[in-house]
Design a protein around this ligand. Structure first.
Ligand SMILES: NCCC[C@H](NC(=O)CCC(=O)O)C(=O)O
Length: 445
């Protein structure tokens, strides 16, 4: 049986926009009210996904969410026709309307936490959608995320789908962005690393003072229980609160792992030495590469600006590893120099490939944010909804779909336009037919 890691990228939705919704996410705040280009954003994402498929990687796509989210606007008391609701919300509560219009489900690293069958007691692949409670605009995602995951991984013999954690800040959960898995081979039991920003039930524990810590230890522990992981194969690590206060709102802005490589900034964690020892002990005898980037080479500000660590480290069919980086990394001198050096360090990482994902970067999402990793075997892959898997035909079809339905300019003021809602629903309805998802959206029920 073959084992590998698949990437499921989020398709950028038709309402991709810059609304400055994410306090603590520097790019989101800096680009608030800029005009976006949803068509370019979707195409940048598709191009990266297709390039990985062409490298021999298993690549899937996850459908975006329905936005504007009329269902939520109705829940909070706006009534009348769809056009009347948009009109009233724009006048009476523009900030709430903006929160109901974000295409933020495109960052599927925040869709869920995933544990492969090699790690779980029942031998199933487990998914728990992230509740994303720290941000209003993201807290409305988990139910539909669950629907989309169930329609994509639609086989209960292989896949276990859990409900998102209780919607309270004690269980703040941001999904795979704060989770990484080290393993010898994808089919072996791995060590799952859960990184959290605060302990909800221990106010004395370290936490940031300026920006929110979105993930709690309690949430990470709940996921490990739900996914039936062994204590011997899990490590809980506190993120360094000082870096959260400098814009590292998720751990995947400061660290990334793949197989036997952990690539991280020296300031990423608390108690780094002790935690690395625990990882080594739990990982066992095989060779483990800790690639620690010192502040003297890359300052935190440069890491946050360039997204050096929000890169994907992938294992190519040849067994060599490649880094998938945003072009922003080439534009930062220190970071570019570091990436030129990293391939010479004798680790499995042998090449760096750059992709322009600027439309996503302007909202604080790099290549790693755009994908959900699912380590699986070929039997599990055969059980996945095959219409979600990237190939020449799907790439052509989705690009044509984007050309047909997406605007190339969208400002936050456009979000109240009923025509945007009609365009978005028409596009998504057609998408569910292309990807054979059934009725995953509220407007289809
Ligand atoms: N993993 C990357 C997530 C980026 C995402 N940005 C946003 O939601 C910005 C949306 C806006 O400001 O319009 C976030 O911060 O959760």
């Amino acid at each position: 049986m073959k084992h590998f890691e698949a990437n499921f990228d989020g398709l950028v939705g038709p309402t991709h926009n810059y609304a400055g919704l994410s306090f603590g996410n520097v790019a989101s705040l800096n680009n608030a009210a800029a005009t976006s280009n949803p068509r370019a954003a979707a195409k940048q994402g598709l191009k990266k996904a297709k390039a990985l498929a062409d490298m021999g990687m298993v690549q899937g796509m996850l459908a975006p969410q329905e936005r504007p989210d009329l269902h939520t606007l109705r829940r909070i008391g706006f009534s009348g026709t769809d056009a009347e609701i948009l009109n009233k919300a724009a006048k009476e509560a523009p900030a709430l309307l903006r929160a109901c219009c974000s295409a933020s489900s495109m960052w599927t690293a925040n869709a869920a936490t995933v544990s492969p069958s090699a790690d779980t007691h029942d031998g199933k692949l487990h998914f728990t959608p992230a509740n994303l409670v720290d941000k209003l605009h993201r807290s409305i995602e988990p139910e539909t995320t669950g629907n989309i995951l169930a329609a994509t991984f639609n086989n209960s013999r292989h896949f276990a789908h859990h409900q998102h954690l209780p919607e309270h800040s004690s269980f703040g959960d941001e999904g795979a962005a704060n989770h990484t898995r080290l393993c010898k081979n994808y089919g072996n039991a791995g060590v799952e690393l859960f990184v959290y920003g605060q302990e909800a039930t221990n106010p004395a524990a370290p936490k940031p003072s300026k920006y929110p810590a979105r993930q709690t230890l309690e949430a990470s522990q709940a996921i490990a229980r739900l996914h039936q992981l062994d204590d011997e194969n899990t490590v809980f690590i506190s993120q360094n609160p000082d870096v959260i206060d400098q814009g590292v709102f998720h751990n995947d802005v400061i660290a990334v792992g793949n197989q036997n490589v952990l690539f991280y900034h020296e300031q990423a964690f608390l108690n780094t030495k002790r935690k690395l020892d625990e990882i080594k002990h739990k990982f066992g005898d095989s060779e483990l590469h800790f690639i620690e980037v010192p502040t003297s080479k890359v300052a935190i500000q440069d890491a946050v600006k360039s997204y050096l660590f929000n890169t994907q480290i992938i294992t190519l069919p040849s067994g060599e590893m490649a880094i998938i980086a945003p072009t922003n990394c080439q534009e930062n001198e220190a970071v570019h120099a570091y990436l030129n050096e990293v391939v010479t360090l004798g680790s499995p990482i042998k090449q760096v490939n750059y992709f322009d994902v600027k439309q996503s970067m302007q909202n604080g999402g790099g290549p790693a944010c755009l994908r959900l990793r699912v380590a699986m075997n070929d039997m599990e892959l055969a059980a996945v909804n095959q219409h979600t898997l990237m190939n020449d035909a799907l790439f052509t079809r989705l690009n044509a779909w984007v050309d047909k339905h997406y605007r190339d300019r969208l400002s936050v003021d456009d979000l109240a336009d009923p025509q945007v809602l009609i365009e978005s629903r028409t596009a998504l309805d057609e998408l569910t037919q292309i990807m054979k998802l059934g009725s995953v959206y509220q407007f289809q029920k």
